[in-house]
Design a protein around this ligand. Structure first.
Ligand code: NAD
Length: 289
């Protein structure tokens, strides 16, 4: 298959490389020359514009920073430029409204489009073990599955257009909440006289079990390996977590959902970002306690 890939950053670079490994012809574009060079090194064909990259392709995959960029790329250079019948897959994490708007605009021009945000960070993008949560029609999902498989551990149909983004923001709001709770419990255990390692051993096999504690322990040298063991470098940046929490808060405001803990988690990550922690892994909230 010929696949255009737009946005070859931390995530997109590894994802595009896995499409090449699966035997696809990947037409790559990114605004950053360094990202394009890297894509070339992994076997992609590189192009100077989005419009050139989407010529003659069967599918367009995008992995871009935010909804405004996704909208400008699809509106200006993908819809009406890619061949009739090409499938569009936006894997970026963006707001539900823009995802639905782009799907509608694509449909009006005769294209099928899915929102297909991912769970799993840079390591999973490189290893081809991302979980994709896909919003779109049944037929678009079937076509999308074939494109996403080489990059995936799991490809799940969430529902109609926008549903993938709903799943993503709810998942990450929950992740932020249990990460903060895990940090608080570890710090309290230590201060109250129980070593964090002993608390980990007990709670990871008790009802406090959760991914942040069991698989990504946010205290250095305790429990499972995580960016905490490396000064909170790498991993999932607090700035990206804040971005996802803000998407969730916007959706909560628009839908009238009550999310008191989500709101508090947003405030905590806002304060951490303002204090300069945005580049650190999201488990670094532990250092503020
Ligand atoms: P990144 O900033 O590393 O990569 C984004 C790339 O898009 C950059 O290379 C940038 O040059 C390029 N770009 C920006 N505007 C462009 C345009 N108009 N045309 C072409 N290219 C353009 O970001 P990332 O970490 O790869 O994240 C990408 C998306 O994946 C985001 O929506 C993010 O929320 C989501 N995500 C990231 C992670 C993670 O751990 N990093 C995990 C899950 C989801």
């Amino acid at each position: 298959m010929k696949i255009a890939f737009i946005g070859l950053g931390n995530m997109g670079g590894g994802m595009a490389a896995n499409l090449v490994k699966a035997g696809h012809e990947v037409h790559a574009f990114d605004l950053a020359a360094e990202a394009l060079d890297k894509a070339k090194g992994s076997g992609c064909q590189t192009y100077g514009t989005v419009r050139e990259a989407v010529q003659g392709v069967d599918a367009v995959v995008s992995m871009l920073p935010n909804g405004a960029i996704v909208k400008s790329v699809y509106t200006a250079d993908v819809i009406g430029q890619a061949p009739a019948g090409a499938l569009f897959l936006d894997c970026s994490t963006i707001d539900v409204g823009t995802a639905r708007e782009m799907s509608e605009a694509a449909a009006q021009a005769g294209y099928e489009m899915v929102d297909a945000p991912v769970s799993g960070g840079i390591a999973a993008a490189n290893a081809g073990t991302l979980t994709f949560m896909v919003g779109g029609s049944e037929s678009a999902f079937k076509r999308a599955e074939a494109v996403l498989q080489p990059m995936a551990k799991a490809v799940i149909h969430a529902g109609e257009a926008g549903s993938g983004q709903v799943a993503k923001m709810c998942n990450n709001m929950l992740l932020a909440i249990h990460m903060i709770g895990t940090c608080e419990a570890l710090a309290l255990a230590e201060k109250a006289g129980l070593s964090m390692q002993k608390f980990y051993e007990i709670s990871s096999k008790s009802t406090g079990y959760n991914w942040s504690l069991n698989d990504y322990t946010p205290a250095p040298g305790v429990g499972a390996a995580s960016p905490a063991d490396n000064g909170y470098q790498g991993g999932f940046a607090s700035a990206l977590m804040l971005k996802d929490l803000r998407l969730a808060m916007d959706a909560a405001g628009a839908s009238g959902a009550k999310v008191p803990l989500g709101k508090h988690a947003t405030e905590i990550y806002e304060a951490f970002n303002e204090a300069g922690g945005g580049g650190k892994d999201f488990g670094a909230i532990f250092t503020t306690l």
